[in-house]
Write a protein that binds this ligand. Sequence first.
Ligand code: G
Ligand code: G
Ligand code: MN
Length: 437
Amino acid sequence: MRSRHRAAHDALTGLLNRSGLLERMTAMSHAPGSEQIWLRLHFVDLDGFKGVNDAWGHAVGDELIVAVSSRLRDTLSPDAIIARLGGDEFAVLTIDAVQKQSSPDVGQQIQIALQRAFEIRGRTIGIGASVGVAAAPAGSLDSEELIRRADIALYRAKDLGRGVTVEFEDGFDVDTKRLAQLEDALRDTLSKNGIDVAFQPLIDAESGAMCGVEALARWQSPDGTRHRPDVFIPLAERSGLIDQLGMQVLGKSIDAAKQWPTIGLSVNVSPMQLKNPKFTQEVVEVLKAADFEPHRLCIELTEGILISDPDQARRAIDGLKAAGIKIALDDFGSGFASIGTLRQFGFDRMKVDRSLVVALDHDDNAGAVLQATIALANALHIPVTAEGIETEQQALAVKLSGCVELQGYLFSKPISAEELRQFYFDGRSPPNKQYVG
Ligand code: G
Ligand code: G
Ligand code: MN
């Protein structure tokens, strides 16, 4: 009896474990009269639990898990079946009369319960939860299928950010299947070293000459489909392929840029790549193997990592800078990074987001905002690049505001390595008119 209890329960919280939950679900589906009830399965994942473990250790993490389980028990109806699936994942199974789905809204109850801070060993810990819900008439689906749906809904909820409840819809499966196929195709392309790189010139505002290029990943399937980076970069991040993709882009960019003396090379790096403790070392090895001077390489980072994991960002940035590599803060002005961040992390360059440039055309205050932003960066001796320059007026405005480097369709779209060589190093005329003065 005792060992049966142990096999079905979680030792830390005393809640049911995964197999205990499955047993109960299966029993309910087969009980007499089961066609009269709906099963609603809620998967709960704590937001920011890993941070608690990292900051205060596993003992505090364990106490928090126990506190969460008590809070769920205290909040939810005594009929609700609560399980701990492992780690910071919980499940809540409720039963509803046919048609009368979800009253009260258990997802909402869970959200509210877990938003209240926890007091653990004198510390106030605020977390929150993401919840995925799947519902079906008892007996209409097997338990594994209901679990799979709740899991997909939870995955969606986490993707949307913190503190969200998402209910499974049939359309999710189609999307999930499409994404899984795309992921396989990306993995295949990567294994064949098939990611391409396009290069967009960076123009010195003073002389109008090209002073560098930004490398941009490109992916074309064998059937000719061009995938957009804002689709496949997040896909690579989610599926653990971003390290491989990033190194492929870096390797190919360096091979190409080696042929172009004197100019700089900027490469985008995903915040997730910085989570790899060997990242800096791997970059340095690629540079060494190619005999490429580190000071010619500039790594562009977006602000996300600076806010979500500043310590990790600092370690990576310090390591890269120690190796002589330059670091730029990309897309500045599109999010929450402050000028303080620029100073704190020692960025060598700031790139103002295209949205600030676009605003010049229709927003009366945009000029002043842009000017103030650039002036602050310049006061910290950080040179500024303006992205997304499409017109002469924009070029002039950002130049007068103190930008020293310009990038955008006015000068050139991203082009292949071969085109760049022909247009800029072989004396043939470039595709767009060259910027002068
Ligand atoms: O040209 P464009 O559509 O390439 O790029 C869209 C977005 O994808 C930009 O925000 C750019 O920073 C990002 N991006 C392009 N190439 C790479 C890459 O190699 N690595 C990462 N992490 N992001 C990239
Ligand atoms: O986020 P990041 O700065 O890495 O993104 C560069 C992106 O901006 C790429 O998608 C590139 O193709 C795009 N881009 C570059 N110049 C222009 C421009 O002048 N206009 C527009 N609309 N997009 C541009
Ligand atoms: Mn960039």
